[in-house]
Ligand binder design. Structure first.
Ligand SMILES: *Cc1c(COP(=O)(O)O)cnc(C)c1O
Length: 379
């Protein structure tokens, strides 16, 4: 089965009572037993729910994993995965990871004894040199947010395997339609399904996809014990979203390519970060591990000519908002919004400036989007 077929057909059609084509929502907290020890596979919704199970089967198939846990948010998924470890364990990760992940690692888990190295993971020598006898996890986010740097998944996963550490990839930015880390040997893939997998900006959710059954067992145990599983209503919405993942990703990407070229040619734009441009410095890695470029791009705005607030105010189709991956275009400033929790030093170290603008390209008409940016860039 090809991925577009999987996204429509996997995990659905679970209702044999009425043969509903669409997976029903099972809004029940508990399930009765026919007799002691005998039920129909579910006992309590925190631990398992048929609607959520349908979504889990669907996402697992898209990523090529043995199974998946659907969680309340992306951060819930990430939190649960960090509970595979314990205080004293060492984690290697990037210096430009998602702001919320950075906050969890740096402000919540570090004071509890987890040890982190936040490094430039494009530098493979640096990754290798950070490994200690306590290294238990390497956390990869590629392409990175917001500067779209690419990390060599295969090489970094190899380092993790040698160190007997878990390799985890946050695949939110590309979705399994454009990148499947398990094919490169990753142990676990996490998602904020809030973004492309759901795709309609109407729910928050997360997912943990497991490469093998031991990881699945531990992961599912943790998600239940921590109580971070997703509600059946939200799971149903995400399952509706994943069915159109392929066509949406194609439409997002086609628009992003056009807009990236337009921005690159504009005199008030200093630089554009987008994997689909010839100017991206890592074409080899893009070809090796990505099946597409996605639709997240960032650029450096000449704010002496076009002040940030004025630019944002003039835009008609790009809402000034954090988040990404929905059908509508969103725009924001990582320095002041999505990545503010990194603090000025962290921001500077990762190459983000006050002029960096991040855009999530939606599926509107490309001509309308370009015209809108064009009028706002006049300053
Ligand atoms: C949004 C996001 C998260 C967090 O997900 P939530 O659903 O907001 O909790 C994690 N990683 C990446 C890359 C994200 O974009």
């Amino acid at each position: 089965m090809k991925i577009r077929t999987k996204s429509v057909h996997t995990g659905v059609n679970i209702d044999k009572t009425f043969n509903s084509v669409i997976t029903p929502i099972y809004p029940t907290s508990t399930f009765f037993f026919d007799e002691i020890g005998k039920n129909k596979g579910y006992d309590y919704t925190r631990s398992g729910n048929p609607t959520r199970a349908a979504l889990e089967a669907n996402i697992a198939a898209l990523e090529g994993g043995v199974n998946c846990s659907a969680t309340a948010t992306g951060m819930a998924a990430i939190t649960a995965v960090l509970f595979f470890l314990k205080p004293g364990d060492h984690i290697i990760t990037g210096d430009d990871i998602y702001g919320g992940t950075y906050r969890l690692f740096n402000a919540v888990l570090s004071p509890r004894g987890y040890k982190f190295s936040f490094i430039n993971m494009r530098d493979l020598k640096k990754v290798k040199s950070e490994v200690t006898k306590n290294t238990r996890m390497i956390w990869i986010e590629t392409p990175s947010n917001p500067l779209l740097n690419i990390i060599d998944m295969e090489a970094v996963i190899e380092v993790a395997k040698k160190a007997k550490a878990l390799s985890v990839v946050d695949n939110t930015f590309l979705s399994p339609y454009f990148q499947r880390p398990l094919e490169f040997g990753a142990d676990i893939v996490v998602h904020s399904t809030t973004k492309y997998l759901n795709g309609h900006s109407d729910v928050v959710g997360g997912a943990i996809v497991y490469a093998n059954s031991q990881l699945q067992e531990r992961g599912r145990y943790l998600v239940n014990a921590l109580g971070v599983s997703q509600s059946p209503y939200d799971a149903w919405l995400v399952l509706r979203g994943t069915k159109t993942l392929g066509p949406r990703m194609e439409a997002h990407q086609a628009n992003a390519i056009k807009i990236a070229h337009f921005l690159e040619g504009h005199k008030n734009v200093k630089k554009v970060y987008f994997p689909g441009l010839k100017s991206h410095p890592q074409p080899g890695l893009i070809k090796k591990q990505m099946k597409g470029f996605g639709a997240m791009l960032s650029f450096e705005l000449n704010t002496a000519k076009v002040p940030l607030n004025k630019f944002f105010r003039k835009l008609e189709y790009f809402a000034l908002a954090e988040s990404l991956g929905g059908v509508e275009s969103l725009i924001e400033t990582p320095w002041f919004m999505s990545h503010a929790s990194m603090g000025p030093d962290g921001l500077k170290a990762s190459g983000i400036t006050k002029e960096t603008v991040r855009v999530s390209i939606g599926i509107e008409d490309a001509e309308d989007l370009v015209a809108d940016l064009n009028q706002a860039l006049k300053g």
